[in-house]
Design a protein. Structure first.
Lengths: 424, 460
């Protein structure tokens, strides 16, 4: 299994989802090798065999290798990009570059590649390098199925499949259209396309994503299956509710402050609610490229005294935030799945989710609105704050509903897909 | 059971003609359309008081009028003229539907009036607002029933003597109130869990209020028309008048009644005109009368001409909805209960402030359909079977309804405050008058006393 991140070093839902699915698959009596670009050493490895791609030695003398590099060269972006390789090495490389050594040669001579593992500016190079690791892993280890999570790992998956001849499953956690709207990154789109074309089976995290895969990437519907994500049972519930320090009701947005998450719609809805109600506060938790723009918008609307930004929250602070919240809103413009409303529901917080989210397909005890319909969103917030029967009902049934969305269900489905592929 | 029916159908029914008593057939049709709510946001609360979607209400009632009510009435009128005394048909038209017809399709009221003039028609009493007030408030229930009876009387010249409650909701308690209001007969669902082994094809009476006769709906035969008539994979498709009449002829010879109760929209809406339902209706009535085995009767006539065979008791409310025949479609979840509670919480204030516009809006909000839209009953099946709900989810329906109700509450409070200040003024003047009267009396007493004293002195 090829992934890009693994708990606790995660920056989004991908790591969480991979972790949940991995554990569920282990319960299904499957042996897993999980490859990540960079392991930090504090991951949970007692049940999962984690392979650190940065430790994989690549035999650069292999003639396959050279061929591979040339095959992969189409994804090489701006030639000034230098792989991140520790300060010292970086200095060496740049100084040698100045002396006229070709970049290609330098990369080829590096046997181990130090992956940054995040989403830095050399992402494309890392993705390409990761593909080499994929090929090497395929050579060194025994396995029956290759499962690659999101476009970052697709090339690695393809290479591993080519070397080993084993079936390839690619997992669509998010498409480029979810991340960037219509202004897609062509290179990313191409990798996604190539990955899904090469795959024997494509798993999409929702029907919403499945439809995008079929309509926007032209993948045959026969080989695209929707497997809804699950949610980890939360330990938080046993702590009880955190006391909040203000009497006002609190309405929360929690997530990356990016185009995809629709933060501006949350602000406009907040403005509408605040016009008639001053017993409520709004919180936007998270960070992202629209962070400053959002602060400016809130200031311009003149609601800063009731609209608060917390910055990025992690771990217990997230639980705390949920504990203080009376309503959780996820106004995502495009959300392949969306785990955060499930976490809110586990903390007994009623949720409003956009109809443009995969999670809307599986939830019944949630209010669903179009992300652009700020009137409906404001009305739903008002309704949850004022008409007690509604939040009470959500609290009573919501938690049970979420608890039923187990990773085990996803695990079983994925296992069936594996066996179906193996029996072909 | 149904296979058996089809087999026997091949033999001509004239040969196995049933001797014995003539069975009574009651045709009863419900006419109702709710005032649908518009999308009413919380920022409208206190600002706007128009809760209803005039456009969609007009479209809905006119659609029903032109596709169903008018053509069906035309046929009924033809049958009444042709068969005169021998034909009977019964309608239950909610007050809310009357109001909408008046506003958007008055020609339908005219045609009902024409039908009424033939003398072949009985109109049933019910709650004016097609509400579930019977469950919640005795006082509001009786007020609405009286209001509805007034409306029917003024439109069609006759006060209802038989009753049907909203969605045929009935319990022993409700039967008691209905009996107290002077109704002779009641129309109810022939629910299996109430009847047990008994047949709906007899007249019953309420166990607790034996004076109240109860007609029970024969739901398989009724649903054959309203649900299954045009269903092509139904084993009995196509259903002809001959076949249907044949089923009726093959009922137990001792049975006395056949109660066919259904929504009037069955004709032309649930079963589109293209299915042949109108021709069926015409042919069925003609042939039934021609067969000489059945007498069309209205519920009141049935109650008069038949003897109740036994008592029947409804310890829990029963309706004609769903497989369960209970209230869960309207009061199955907390949202619905909350909405109904809040609806009646301010009942006394609303009626006291005597503001016609407020009372009217309150009645329109009481219509059971609004609660029906909040049902989450079908969640467990994974499908939301919501015919004609204008809302995308039960939660939207609830929030929208509560927004409207919140605004109504504000209006009630302000109207009551005005009324209160006016009332206080009256009260004050009254007490002032009283005190001055008392003072005068005291004075008079004193005077008389002193006069007596004077008298006494004189005597002495």
């Amino acid at each position: 299994m090829f992934g890009w991140e693994f708990p606790p070093h995660i920056s989004g839902g991908l790591g969480t989802a991979c972790y949940g699915l991995t554990k569920a698959l282990l319960k299904q009596d499957l042996d897993l090798l999980f490859v990540v670009p960079k392991a930090y050493g504090d991951e949970e490895t007692d049940t999962i065999r984690l392979i650190n791609a940065s430790e994989v030695v690549i035999n650069t003398r292999d003639e396959q290798y050279a061929r591979l590099m040339s095959r992969l060269s189409y994804i090489t972006i701006d030639s000034t990009l230098i792989p991140y390789a520790g300060d010292e090495e970086y200095y060496q490389i740049t100084s040698q570059l100045d002396q006229g050594t070709s970049l290609e040669k330098l990369i080829l001579n590096t046997q181990k590649f130090e992956f940054a593992g995040g989403y830095g500016k050399n992402l494309m190079e890392e993705v390409r390098r990761y593909a080499l690791v994929g090929a090497e892993v395929a050579r060194q280890y025994q396995f029956d199925i290759i499962h690659a999570h999101d476009w970052l790992t697709y090339l690695a998956g393809i290479e591993a499949a080519r070397i080993s001849g084993k079936p390839l499953v690619v997992h669509m956690h998010a498409t480029e259209f979810d991340r960037s709207g219509e202004n897609i990154n062509r290179q990313v789109y191409d990798i996604e396309s190539v990955g899904m074309e090469a795959a024997d089976m494509v798993i999409a995290v929702s029907n919403l994503t499945r439809n995008i895969v079929i309509s926007r990437y032209g993948i045959s519907p026969d080989k695209v299956v929707a497997v809804h994500n699950g949610v980890e049972p939360s330990e938080f519930a046993t702590y009880g509710r955190f006391e909040k320090s203000v009497d006002d009701k609190i309405v929360t947005f929690l997530g990356r402050i990016t185009f995809q998450k629709g933060p501006e719609y949350f602000i406009e809805a907040a403005y509408k609610v605040l016009k008639t109600n001053n017993q409520v506060r709004f919180v936007m938790a998270g960070s992202g490229d629209m962070f400053r723009k959002m602060i400016r918008r809130v200031a311009r609307l003149g609601i800063s005294h009731r609209f608060h930004f917390t910055g990025f929250l992690r771990g217990e602070d997230v639980d705390r935030m949920f504990g203080m919240s009376d309503v959780y809103v996820m106004p995502s413009v495009s959300e392949p799945f969306g785990i955060s409303p499930l976490e809110a529901m586990q903390s007994n917080v009623p949720v409003i989710i956009s109809k443009q989210s995969g999670v809307a397909e599986v939830l019944k005890y949630a209010i669903k609105v179009d992300f652009w319909d700020i009137d409906a969103m404001a009305d739903a917030i008002h309704g949850l704050l004022h008409y007690n029967a509604l939040p009470e009902m959500f609290k009573r049934h919501g938690k049970a509903e979420v608890e039923d969305l187990k990773w085990d269900h996803a695990g079983k489905k994925v296992k069936n897909i594996y066996f179906e592929l193996l029996n072909r | 059971m149904q296979e058996k029916k089809s087999k026997t159908y091949t033999s001509s029914y004239s040969t196995d003609k049933i001797s014995g008593i003539m069975k009574s057939i009651s045709l009863y049709f419900q006419v109702h359309q709710p005032f649908r709510l518009r999308t009413y946001r919380f920022f409208d609360i206190g600002n706007k008081h128009n809760y209803f979607d005039e456009y969609s209400n007009r479209v809905a009632i006119q659609n029903a009028a032109f596709k169903s009510y008018l053509p069906a009435n035309e046929i009924m009128l033809g049958l009444a003229k042709k068969h005169g005394e021998k034909f009977r048909v019964t309608f239950g038209i909610s007050g809310i539907a009357l109001a909408q017809l008046q506003a958007y399709a008055p020609e339908v009221l005219d045609s009902f009036r024409k039908l009424a003039d033939t003398g072949c028609v009985e109109f049933l009493g019910e709650t004016y607002a097609h509400s579930l007030a019977a469950i919640k408030s005795h006082a509001e229930f009786t007020r609405q029933v009286a209001k509805h009876s007034d409306a029917i009387e003024s439109l069609f010249g006759k006060r209802p003597t038989s009753f049907r409650n909203t969605e045929l909701v009935i319990s022993d308690e409700i039967a008691g109130i209905v009996a107290d209001m002077g109704f002779k007969a009641l129309v109810a669902e022939g629910a299996k869990h109430i009847l047990g082994w008994k047949s709906p094809n007899y007249l019953y009476c309420s166990t607790m209020y034996p004076k109240l006769k109860i007609l029970l709906r024969n739901f398989p035969l009724s649903d054959d028309l309203s649900f299954r008539f045009s269903e092509q994979n139904w084993i009995e498709f196509p259903l002809t008048a001959e076949k249907y009449l044949h089923w009726l002829m093959n009922l137990n010879p001792a049975d006395e009644l056949v109660n066919l109760f259904m929504p009037y929209e069955t004709f032309g809406l649930y079963q589109p005109a293209s299915s042949g339902i109108f021709n069926f209706l015409n042919a069925f009535v003609d042939q039934t009368i021609a067969s000489g085995n059945f007498a069309f009767s209205s519920p009141s006539e049935v109650a008069e001409n038949h003897q109740p065979i036994s008592g029947v008791s409804f310890p829990f409310p029963v309706s004609w909805a769903d497989e369960e025949r209970d209230l869960t479609s309207w009061l199955g979840n907390d949202l619905q209960k909350e909405a109904l509670n809040k609806l009646h919480q301010f009942e006394d204030m609303i009626l006291k402030c005597k503001n016609a516009a407020i009372i009217q809006d309150w009645e329109k909000l009481q219509t059971s359909d609004h609660l029906y839209y909040m049902s989450t009953k079908w969640f467990s099946d994974g499908v939301i079977v919501r015919n004609s709900s204008p809302f995308s989810s039960p939660y939207d329906a609830f929030i929208n309804f509560m927004n409207c109700l919140s605004d109504l509450m504000l209006r009630v409070e302000s109207a009551c405050n005005e009324a209160d200040t006016a009332g206080n003024f009256l009260l004050k003047t009254k007490t002032l008058k009283q005190t001055s009267q008392k003072a005068a009396q005291v004075k008079a007493l004193k005077n008389s006393a002193s006069a007596k004293q004077k008298k006494a002195r004189r005597i002495i």
